[in-house]
Design a protein around this ligand. Structure first.
Ligand code: OOG
Ligand code: NI
Length: 460
């Protein structure tokens, strides 16, 4: 019998295969990966005790997230099978239709591993967005019908790929031969198609939303960007600009400041013009280009609890208010607000239950066997290590979408939206959408229970 590849091995190879593909398709991505590796190496040299607190250097070096966009629940359900084959489950529900100032007619989730060990082996995640043609704020009934016909008639994932995916899900992996086949088909499903783009159809959708055109204006899907992780995103930004690569104006997410790094900071380089063939109204074909794909990079911080996230959102609002009309650059205002309102230490975040930490044995002298976490920490018996944020931020996601739009879009706010939520999405694809907060809380609890057992303390 040929060797079996497990889910994580498939996932690691899948991430690498897509990275190779995207590097061939978008050469600036390769530069981004190179510069990221240099920044990470320098960071590790200069901060040896900090560098691996939020993931081993092996993990961070291989770490990528991608983004894809599909057109219907049927296509999303198929994507769930393709990713499920590599141990990636849907986590979180993001409604980008509500994003300000640039609403996008999609709802999204992220496919990623959910267990600590699996994340440590390879955390590959794919932010996956689905068009909502039923939403009248964006699409007329006529356009909804044309979109559904167009999307219903195409095949993003071949029957062969889906069959291999199902086998991997059922058998917890694939034989070497099947694995190669699966990876070739799965990677190929996300390559940019050379097929001609119907100029008029694409333009009709582009007027409403460039994202709608990117999803429903072409007969295939493609990886929209692929994102390496860096340990110092400010340094990366400076080095990319120094190499002459135009970055978007800002780093999205929390500002750079003197306290703990939380959640996620992201930035990207602008979408590049890629040559495409167009089918014209008279039946002729022409050459042209489309700007849809780009490169993004991110730095990850500590996962926040619901309370922590509410505080984060509150601080965002304060930054918005104080910046409005002030003429001051956002990073400067944000820094001031954070210095004023954000707890300055990990210990404070833990005490106020604003962030997630794993509790590990610290080897300290056995003191009085208190079961109070803060007393245990003070006694040196246990230590708290931050749990890394594995998910996305809707506002940054909207910013990323907006950074490569070619049209301003048209939204009719007088129309009512169509109700969509996590439970609806889960039902459509037949797989539960995991709640990210529940996953972090579970990890915290598990680490605490294990440590108590190791120390011979009974939490009950
Ligand atoms: C997805 C944008 C979201 C992120 O990192 O927040 C995203 C897209 O452009 O399709 O990838
Ligand atoms: Ni992204």
């Amino acid at each position: 019998m040929s060797k079996q590849l497990s889910h994580w091995q498939l996932r690691a190879r899948f991430a690498r295969g897509l990275s190779d593909l995207y590097g061939r398709e978008v050469p600036a991505y390769t530069t981004l990966v190179e510069v990221s590796a240099e920044v990470n190496e320098d960071y590790r040299r200069n901060h040896p005790d900090q560098a691996e607190r939020l993931g081993s250097i092996q993990r961070v070096t291989a770490e990528r997230h991608g983004a894809i966009r599909v057109g219907s629940p049927r296509e999303l359900a198929q994507a769930a099978r393709v990713f499920g084959a590599a141990g990636m489950s849907p986590v979180g529900f993001y409604d980008l239709r509500e994003a300000k100032p640039n609403p996008v007619p999609v709802v999204s989730t992220a496919f990623r591993p959910i267990d600590r060990e699996e994340l440590a082996r390879n955390p590959f995640r794919v932010f996956t967005s689905m068009l909502v043609p039923q939403d009248r704020r964006f699409f007329s009934a006529e356009l909804e019908q044309r979109l559904e016909e167009f999307i219903g008639a195409r095949t993003l994932f071949s029957a062969e790929l889906l069959e291999l995916a199902d086998r991997s899900i059922a058998d917890a992996g694939l034989s070497e031969e099947d694995a190669e086949h699966y990876l070739e088909l799965a990677t190929g499903a996300f390559a940019l198609s050379p097929d001609p783009v119907d100029r008029r159809w694409y333009a009709t959708l582009d007027e409403i939303s460039s994202v709608a055109a990117d999803i429903g204006g072409v007969a295939s899907t493609h990886i929209n960007h692929l994102t390496p992780r860096v340990l110092d995103i400010d340094e990366l930004y400076a080095r990319m600009e120094a190499r002459g690569i135009a970055m978007i104006d800002a780093i999205q997410g929390p500002p750079r400041w003197g306290g703990p790094d939380v959640l996620l900071r992201q930035t990207s380089f602008r979408a590049l013009a890629e040559p495409r063939t167009f089918l014209e109204a008279d039946g002729s074909t022409t050459r042209g280009d489309l700007r849809v794909r780009f490169g993004e990079v991110e730095a990850r911080g500590i996962a926040l609890t619901v309370a922590g996230r509410n505080h984060y959102d509150h601080m965002l609002g304060v930054v918005d208010d104080e910046q409005a009309g002030s003429g001051r650059p956002r990073p400067e205002v944000a820094l001031e607000v954070w210095e004023r309102l954000c707890p300055r230490t990990e210990r404070a975040l833990l005490e106020q239950d604003l962030a997630f930490f794993a509790i590990l044995p610290a080897g300290g002298p056995a003191g009085p066997a208190s079961l109070d976490l803060l007393e245990l920490l003070d006694s040196g018996l246990v230590r708290a290590e931050p749990i890394v944020y594995e998910d996305f931020l809707p506002r940054s996601a909207a910013g990323i979408f907006a950074s490569n739009l070619t049209s301003d879009g048209a939204v009719d706010e007088t129309q009512a939206g169509t109700e969509r939520n996590s439970a609806w999405m889960g039902e459509q694809i037949g797989v539960e959408i995991h709640d990210p907060y529940a996953l972090y809380a579970q990890e915290r609890q598990r680490s605490f229970d294990t440590t108590m057992a190791v120390l011979g303390l009974d939490p009950r």
